[in-house]
Ligand binder design. Structure first.
Ligand code: SF4
Length: 626
């Protein structure tokens, strides 16, 4: 794709700005400078969010809060796993940095339609959807689709567009109802959806009266040196496919890891309060398959692993099989061991557009505070939640999606809900910075605890994936040469920071973290795809710049050392049984080491020196921090 100044390789070369209040659409070319400093994907989204938000302290539901969809530099190219793109905005769940990452096919299609990303601001007077086709963008009436769940709405909107193969992102009733744990769904039919799940991005979309974005593109993404790209990919394929993760994921998706995580004492049970639950055996990928609940395989763009599994229900002949996170959130967390219930909960969450991690976690919290007598059945509309009660979960899911009864409070996410209910209920809410914890217990992997505590979007298992390192993975390109002890804390500060910084690069490139492409090969592929020479060292500087800019955004929103912590249960209540028995996370000295490596002061604020060295002075000024 050619523009007036630069010939772009890998990139489409253009970003669109869509103002729904003014019904105004503009676009501009990417600049060499922003590519150099922020690469693409989450890097560019971070820059654009800070640039376009009028005040970092605004209410996330204000029309001026930008909602940014951004593809990575390699998204849509032949690079394995280059399906990824991100959604970023100020989060209504945390009132701080928000983002969610997705694979699938929507991102590559957007690039083929001529755009690296879309910046959406404003609020439409009535519900609308955005239609993008080969460099043209329109805002269209969506009133008749408002209120439909994501499967129904997807079907109807694509019928109106006249192309059932167009790619679609959309919200369900949860996003429309400003449920703070709402997702944005991508391509639900026939095998999806993929979900931009974390930090409530669906509710930001709902606050803009934006039901969907449909994309059709037939452009070509040019590569600077296609033969070198092909040669690296040929060499990488056997390496990727022989990794134990790829082999398990190819067969069972992430559900293939249930047994291993359970054995580590990592899979949370009964709201992170118990260490043993024999019912986990009925929640493994193998068991689902045996019961006929895993019926097929699909994959994201350019993926040889294809971890995306397919299931079915009474009303749908095919849809996305629950991931490990969903299985644990609704299975072991609630002590439910009937796999057909897990499939049912997954479908309901997908229809409303609810983040399964946050929703399952919040429901587990409700079960615990009910058991402890901190709420009663009258407060819950007659529901008596008891561990293992799948029917109570179904009722609660509908109430959350519709914001009805107790669902109105639960729709706020666990932290806010506990603040509304009071009575010391926050003590049992398993969150970091307001984001419900994913399904990995930091008492099993202590570096992961530091990762949760310091991640910019709250409890986050993906930014760093440090449990992989603590399971034995080495990253020689990042100077992690030796196997680390999962229970030790010494020397983990710099390692966790480095892995988080590297994650910024993966999310800026748009490559899947489940496909083990070593950093040096990512640098090489970026060079051959775009023609922009880079090294791992260069990329680590960019990654640190992105991570630090998000931290500055959070500091501007009042985040400091006090927020870089974990729930009391993880810090001081050891489990009595299981693979992480007798462990708690000793956070303080890991945090000291981490701050020092990142160049942050004692209170967790990036120092002037580090801000200057990363070229972030103008951004820090914009955020009123210097
Ligand atoms: S490994 Fe799974 S998530 Fe990653 S690109 Fe492949 S199908 Fe998508």
């Amino acid at each position: 794709m050619r523009c007036s100044q630069i010939e772009f390789f890998g990139y489409a070369g253009k970003i669109a700005y869509i103002d729904l209040s003014r019904e105004k659409i503009e676009s501009r070319e990417l600049s060499e400078d922003e590519i150099k400093l922020f690469i693409g994907g989450i890097g560019l989204a971070t820059k654009l969010l800070v640039e376009n938000i009028p005040d970092p302290k605004i209410n996330p539901f204000e029309p001026e809060n930008p909602l940014i969809f951004m593809t990575g530099a390699l998204t849509g190219t032949p690079v394995y796993g280059s399906s990824r793109f991100i959604v970023a905005s100020k989060s209504p769940l945390t009132n701080a940095w928000g983002e969610a990452h997705i694979g699938g096919h929507w991102g590559p299609e957007l690039k083929k339609a001529g755009f690296d990303g879309l910046v959406v601001v404003g609020k439409a007077k009535d519900p609308v959807y955005i239609y993008v086709e080969n460099e043209k963008i329109e805002i269209r009436d969506a009133r008749r689709f408002w209120g439909l769940d994501i499967y129904e709405a997807s079907k109807e909107i694509l019928k109106e567009v006249g192309d059932e193969n167009a790619k679609i992102s959309l919200i369900g009733p949860a996003g429309e109802n400003l449920v703070r744990i709402a997702t944005i769904a991508f391509d639900p039919i026939p095998y999806g959806p993929r979900m931009a799940g974390r930090t409530g991005m669906g509710s930001v979309m709902g606050s803009k009266n934006l039901k969907a974005i449909v994309v059709k593109g037939s452009g070509r993404i040019k590569l600077k040196d296609p033969s070198k790209v092909a040669s690296v990919l040929n060499r990488l394929l056997p390496l990727i496919m022989s990794s134990p993760t790829a082999q398990i994921y190819s067969l069972y998706g992430t559900s293939g890891e249930v047994e291993e995580f359970y054995e580590y004492g990592d899979m949370p049970i009964k709201n992170f309060s118990e260490g043993v639950f024999e019912g986990y055996k009925k929640l493994t990928g193998e068991y689902f398959k045996e019961k006929g609940l895993m019926i097929g395989t699909y994959g994201c763009w350019a993926c040889p692993v294809k971890c995306w599994k397919i299931t079915k229900s009474e009303s749908l002949t095919s849809f996305r099989f629950p991931e490990y996170e969903t299985i644990a959130s609704f299975g072991t967390m609630l002590k439910i061991d009937d796999p057909s219930y897990i499939v049912k909960f997954n479908e309901i969450c997908n229809r409303y557009g609810l983040d399964t991690i946050s929703t399952g976690n919040t429901i587990a919290w409700l079960f615990e505070i009910y058991e402890r007598g901190l709420v009663n059945k009258d407060m819950l509309g007659g529901i008596e939640p008891k561990w293992g009660d799948g029917e109570a979960v179904i009722k609660l899911l509908h109430m959350i999606g519709r914001r009805e009864g107790i669902g109105k409070i639960l729709a706020e996410g666990c932290r806010r809900a506990s603040q509304i209910l009071g009575n010391d209920t926050e003590r049992y809410c398993m969150h970091v910075k307001g984001v419900e914890m994913p399904m990995h217990d930091p008492r099993a992997f202590k570096g992961l605890g530091l990762q949760y505590a310091t991640s910019n979007r709250g409890a986050d298992h993906l930014y760093g994936l440090f449990m992989r390192i603590e399971q034995g993975q080495r990253m020689p390109d990042l100077r992690i040469y030796e196997r680390v002890d999962r229970f030790s804390t010494k020397g983990k500060g710099w390692m966790v920071a480095t892995m988080q910084i590297w994650s910024e690069i993966q999310e800026s490139m748009g490559v899947c973290k489940f496909i083990d492409i070593p950093p040096a090969h990512i640098a090489g592929l970026y060079t051959y795809v775009t023609g922009i020479k880079t090294t791992v060292q260069d990329l680590l500087v960019v990654g640190k710049r992105i991570f630090t800019l998000k931290r500055l955004f959070n500091v501007a929103n009042g985040i400091s050392r006090k927020d870089d912590t974990l729930p009391r249960r993880i810090l001081s209540e050891p489990l009595k049984e299981g693979g992480s028995k007798d462990q708690v996370v000793e956070l303080d000295h890991m945090l000291e080491e981490y701050y020092k490596f990142m160049g942050w002061d004692n209170d967790g604020k990036p120092t002037r020196e580090v801000i200057e060295s990363l070229g972030l002075v103008e951004y820090a000024k914009k955020l009123a921090l210097i």
